[in-house]
Design a protein around this ligand. Structure first.
Ligand SMILES: Nc1ncnc2c1ncn2[C@@H]1O[C@H](COP(=O)(O)OP(=O)(O)OP(=O)(O)O)[C@@H](O)[C@H]1O
Ligand SMILES: [Mg+2]
Length: 291
C-alpha cells in the first residue's frame, strides 16, 4: 500500500529559487527509504512537503490516497512526524521530559497517557535517565535522540528525518541507524531519511531515491541504483567507500565480479571466496561466509 506520494511537485521560494521542478516519489507503507542528492537538490524542500510544513504550490501530495490539501494539519502532524537536521531548531522546552510531552499535550491526551508516551519514547531512544535534564546541557547526539523521542511520542505512522546522522560521531551513527532499523522493523514505522551518508544506505535501507536539480532522477534498491555508476556520476553521487575499492579491484586490477559488493559484509564474503578459490588461504568455516 502506498502511504505517501508526491506527484509532480513544483516549488519556488519567495526569492525566486525554483527548488522543486516536478518531483515524483511513491513510498510504500513499512519502507525504509533514503533520499540522496547533492546540496541544494531539493531533499529538505520535498521532506517538508510530506508533512505539510510547506504549502503546496503545484502538484499534489497524497497521504494514504488523500490529498494533503484536504487534510487537516492536525491529522498530518499526528501521522507524519519530522525530525529537523539541527536539533536546536526543534527543541525549545526547559527539560527533556517537557519537550517530549509537548506534542502529545497538544493532541489533548489525558495526563497518564501523555506520561506513558513520554516514558516509552525516551526508553526507545535510550534516554530514560535524562527526563529531568535541561535540554540546553545535552550533547548534540543526545539532542538528536530527544528530537526523535518527541516525534515518536506522537505515535506517527511515518517518520521523516533530515540528515539525522550529520554531526554524530561514528558510534553515534551506528547507534542511530540501529534505532531507526528497529523502529522500522519492530514498530512498523515507515521511515524516509534525507542523507549524505552514502555508506549507511546499502547496510540499512531497502530503497533509495536520488534527487538532482529539484527532481527524483533515480529510484530503486541500493543494489539497483548503485549499479548505474556512470549515470550517478552525472548527478555527482559517489558509491559507498567500500564499493569504490571493489570497483577499483574490478576495473583496474581486473578481478572479475558478478556484482559489485556495496557493504563491508558483501566485500568480505567476496574476498574470502576469491582467496579460497586461489588457495591463498584455507578458510573452510561456512559461518564466516554466511555473516
Ligand atoms: N527558505 C528558502 N528561501 C530561498 N531559497 C531556499 C530556501 N530554502 C531552500 N532554498 C533553496 O532551495 C534549493 C533546495 O534547497 P534544499 O534545502 O531543499 O536542498 P537539499 O537537497 O536539502 O540540500 P542540502 O543537502 O544542502 O541539505 C536550494 O537552491 C536552496 O538554496
Ligand atoms: Mg537539506
Amino acid at each position: 500500500m502506498v502511504i505517501l506520494q508526491a506527484k509532480n511537485i513544483h516549488y519556488t521560494y519567495q526569492d525566486g529559487t525554483h527548488a522543486l521542478r516536478g518531483a515524483n516519489m511513491k513510498i510504500e507503507q513499512g519502507e525504509f527509504l533514503a533520499i540522496l542528492g547533492p546540496n541544494g537538490s531539493g531533499k529538505t524542500t520535498l521532506l517538508k512537503h510530506f508533512n505539510g510544513l510547506i504549502k503546496i504550490q503545484e502538484g499534489e501530495v497524497f497521504l494514504d490516497g488523500k490529498s494533503l490539501r484536504n487534510c487537516p494539519s492536525r491529522e498530518i502532524v499526528q501521522r507524519v512526524g519530522i525530525v529537523f537536521q539541527d536539533p536546536n531548531d526543534q527543541l525549545f522546552a526547559q527539560t527533556v521530559r517537557e519537550d517530549v510531552a509537548f506534542g502529545p499535550m497538544n493532541l489533548g491526551l489525558a495526563k497518564e497517557e501523555i506520561e506513558q508516551r513520554v516514558e516509552d519514547a525516551l526508553a526507545l531512544v535510550n534516554m530514560s535517565n535524562y527526563g529531568g535534564k535541561s535540554v540546553g546541557y545535552l550533547s548534540y547526539g543526545q539532542k538528536k535522540r530527544v528530537c526523535i523521542a518527541g516525534v515518536l511520542a506522537m505515535k506517527p505512522e511515518v517518520l521523516l528525518l533530515d540528515e539525522p546522522t550529520s554531526g554524530l560521531d561514528p558510534a553515534g551513527v551506528t547507534h542511530l541507524m540501529r534505532l531507526l532499523q528497529k523502529l522500522n522493523a519492530e514498530c512498523g514505522i515507515t521511515i524516509i531519511m534525507a542523507t549524505n551518508s552514502i555508506d549507511v544506505v546499502p547496510v540499512y535501507m531497502s530503497r533509495m531515491a536520488v534527487m538532482y536539480e529539484g527532481k527524483v532522477v533515480h529510484e530503486g534498491t541500493p543494489e539497483n541504483v548503485f549499479s548505474k555508476i556512470e549515470e550517478l556520476e552525472e548527478v555527482y553521487l559517489e558509491l559507498p567507500q567500500i564499493a569504490q575499492l571493489m570497483r577499483l579491484l574490478r576495473d583496474k586490477d581486473k578481478i572479475p565480479m558478478e556484482k559489485l559488493p556495496l557493504t563491508i559484509g558483501e566485500a568480505r564474503n567476496f574476498l574470502i571466496r576469491k582467496l579460497n578459490e586461489n588457495h591463498a588461504i584455507k578458510l573452510t568455516s561456512s559461518d564466516v561466509l554466511k555473516e
